[in-house]
Design a binder for this molecule. Sequence first.
Ligand code: GZL
Ligand code: ZN
Length: 326
Amino acid sequence: MKKLIALSLSLCLLTACAPRPPQQEQPTDFTVIGVSQLGSESGFRVANTESIRLTFTEETGYRLLFEDAQQKQENQIAAIRKFIQQQADYILLMPLCVSGWDSVLQEAKAAGIPVILVDRMVQVEDDTLYAAHVGSNFQWEGERAAAWLEETFQDVHGPVNILHIQGTLGSSAQLGRSAALEEAVDRHENWSLLAQLDGDFIQAKTYEVTAQWLDSQPEPPLLHAVYCENDNTAFGAIQALEERGYTCGQDGVQVISFDATRQGLVYCMEGKISLEVECDPMMGPLVEDVISLLEEGGVPDKHYYTRERLFQRQDLSQDFIDQRTY
Ligand code: GZL
Ligand code: ZN
């Protein structure tokens, strides 16, 4: 024990006489933002994360606590609890799915931490559990795509066979986009959904389930359209279809896709995707506007929607695609 004391004494003498490094001028007045991002499953998601990181920097007075949930809601719930313990000033939640949030959002509210929903939406009893939602109206996006299908097939009185490949089941993006298509199918007795496959917004999974479905049919199905709930889904479906001799595009299977990422717009310009419904991931600046408003004691609107445009082949050029931000 004695040796130990002697050793520790000499140690503290050493450090005491060493010159203390100049204290970095660490600004302590950062606004601390806890971010629970659902994953990195798609081009949209990567751009969405990039937009948040570009907006909330230490230079602009923010400190981000960033957690990637890898597509698991329990990881998002754990992250929110962590942000509460760390006494974040705000929490940004990109919710994987619509349900299961009431209790953890209640904990954030009890801790006095405003939660801003980014991109997708949640279903909660009490909408004071979130300060605002900055994202998309997915039913509206789906209705634009369904209207395009109605216009495209308005003179077809024979069967219109549609393959529906859905995004992450139970996410507001999937629920909205799927509802719009299902309502359109109900309006046309000659339209039919040959199958609804779960592609989970992921290219590899979509390729697998589409290939499996096609190969399990007694003969190659007659397809008029494939409704893909995001670009990564479209890429996987097109690969599976082309490998089996299908032509995708105006004079073949009409492929509908959502997001309008650069890669998706290239497929559209090449004629493989017939319609792109934009879903803009670059929400950082909009989210910052909400936080600035809250900082000034203002009351934000409940919803802020990103702009959402439609693209077809004739709307596109390489220059236009190159200047896109994602
Ligand atoms: C929609 C967003 C969806 C994208 C997909 O705003 O939630 O999730 O359409 C992403 O690319 O996976
Ligand atoms: Zn959108």
